[in-house]
Structures are given as C-alpha cells and as structure tokens.
Design a protein around this ligand. Structure first.
Ligand code: XBP
Ligand code: MG
Length: 253
C-alpha cells in the first residue's frame, strides 16, 4: 500500500446529518411553493435515498411513488423545482440549523496539522457544500479542501465511481494514496469502484446498509465526550478516530 497523502470526505450524512432535517425539509418547502401537495415524510425520504441526487430523486419519486402526476415538460419542471429546493436548503443552513457531526471539526484540524491533504467528493449541488462549510466552519475553511468535487460536475452520480475518479484526477493522486469517509452504501460502492480505501461512519438512515468492502465501520468519528464505537472491521486505538488511526487503517487496505 502506498503512503497516505489525502483524505476525501463525503458530505451529506458524513460531515453533517443533512438529509432528514435539511434536504428533506427543503424539498417539502419547494413542493409547497410550487403548489404541489407532495410531502416527503421521514420514512418515505429514507426509501427515496436509494437514489442519489436531488433531481434524480424527484424523478424516482414520480416513477415509483406518484405515477399519477403528469407534466408536459417534466425535465424542465424538475430542474426548476430542484433550484427552488436548493435555495430553501441554503436558507436553512444560513439559519445555522445544521451542525457538523461529532469529531468532524477535531479530525479536520488534525488532518490539516498532519500535512495530509483534504478533499470533498459529494453528489450534492456545489452551492450546498459552500453553504454548509461556510455556515459551520466559516468561509475561509473552503480553502482547506484542495478539491471540492460535487453534483453535476460528473454525468453519473454515486454509486458510479466518477466523482471519486474526478477528485483523484484533480488531486493528481492515485487511489491507493487516499482514504475516503462515507456514510452510505451508494457512497461506499462509488469509492470502492474507484479503488479507494474507505471508512464508514453510520447514521440513522444508513445503519442497515450493506458495508461489505469498508475497511472499518464506526458509529461516528467521536470526540472527547462522544465515544466512537467500531461496528465492523479495523479497530481504532482510543475513544475517537485520530490521524494515527487513519494512517494505520489505510495501510491495512
Ligand atoms: C447526498 C445526495 C444528495 C442530497 C441532496 O450526497 O445524494 O442528492 O441528498 O442534494 P452525498 P441535491 O452523500 O454524496 O454527499 O438535491 O443537491 O442533489
Ligand atoms: Mg453521504
């Protein structure tokens, strides 16, 4: 295994619990604005998360859950609806209603101090990443990440490997020089197809996903006051994930 050079973070579900209280709420606000009586409750949204990408998720909803809905120009309609959802999502973040998961700030700081490089690879819209990082870490923190690979920058979203391959290309690194943090099965399939060693931190929506192929599966990154529990795979040495753990786990990949 090559030496670890960079850590690539997924965003939704990994950096922050954005899906239930952020994206889902924003979708519903956009539906209401458009005069639609659609309501994505927490359980339905869990099913819809099978498809990544907001526009793709709306299409999946119409194809499998709301087949009666018709529109003359459905693709343009979805693009407009999704733009409205993005604007609501960014407003929610501006209200500081979403915070980063335990240990994220601590580990990002430690990774930066160690000299390892940082990047982001996500399915969500680029403006959403900018808004999340700015509202939680401050706008300057956007510079911490050498590459922010997001959304439609690649044609095929996760579980396709394209976004991770794009990120590797931007970093000018090979897959074995990187380590990924993901929270979902689709994300893990994507990183594995790109041949990048991956650690998973679970959340409520993904805790029953299949994480075969992950080097380690943990409840969270953990912090001084919030213990990370290893559910499968490589152990960590203390109560929370450290850079030494990352280097050791990566070497086992
Ligand atoms: C999560 C996604 C995204 C978000 C919604 O991405 O699949 O589609 O749910 O964002 P990841 P958009 O876990 O890769 O960060 O509506 O902007 O697509
Ligand atoms: Mg995710």
């Amino acid at each position: 295994m090559a030496q670890l050079k960079a850590v690539i973070f997924d965003v939704d579900g990994t950096l922050a619990e954005t899906e239930r209280d952020g994206h889902r709420v924003a979708f519903n606000l956009a539906f209401a604005d458009a005069g639609l009586d659609w309501n994505w409750d927490e359980a339905l949204y869990g099913q819809l998360l099978a498809v990544t990408g907001g526009k793709e998720r709306i299409k999946y909803f119409l194809a499998d859950f709301n087949t009666a809905f018709k529109h003359d120009d459905i693709d343009s309609f979805i693009v407009q609806l999704h733009a409205s959802k993005t604007s609501h999502y960014i407003s929610l973040l501006a209200d500081k209603s979403i915070c980063l998961r335990p240990g994220v700030v601590r580990l990002l700081d430690a990774i930066r101090q160690s000299g390892l490089r940082l990047a982001i690879a996500t399915t969500t819209t680029p403006a959403n990443v900018t808004a999340l990082i700015s509202s939680t870490l401050g706008a300057d923190a956007l510079d911490w990440f050498e590459c922010i690979a997001a959304g439609d920058i690649v044609p095929a979203k996760k579980p396709a490997p394209d976004i991770f391959n794009y990120c590797l290309n931007q970093l000018n690194l090979s897959a074995d020089e990187c380590l990924v943090f993901e929270d979902s099965e689709n994300g893990l399939i994507s990183s594995c197809k790109a041949s990048i060693a991956t650690i998973v931190t679970l959340n409520d929506y993904t805790k029953d996903d299949d994480f075969t192929g992950a080097l380690s599966v943990l409840t969270q990154l953990g912090d001084e006051d919030s213990v990370a529990t290893v559910v499968a795979g490589e152990k960590i040495t203390g109560d929370y994930v450290t850079v030494d753990d990352l280097i050791r786990i990566h070497a086992r990949g």
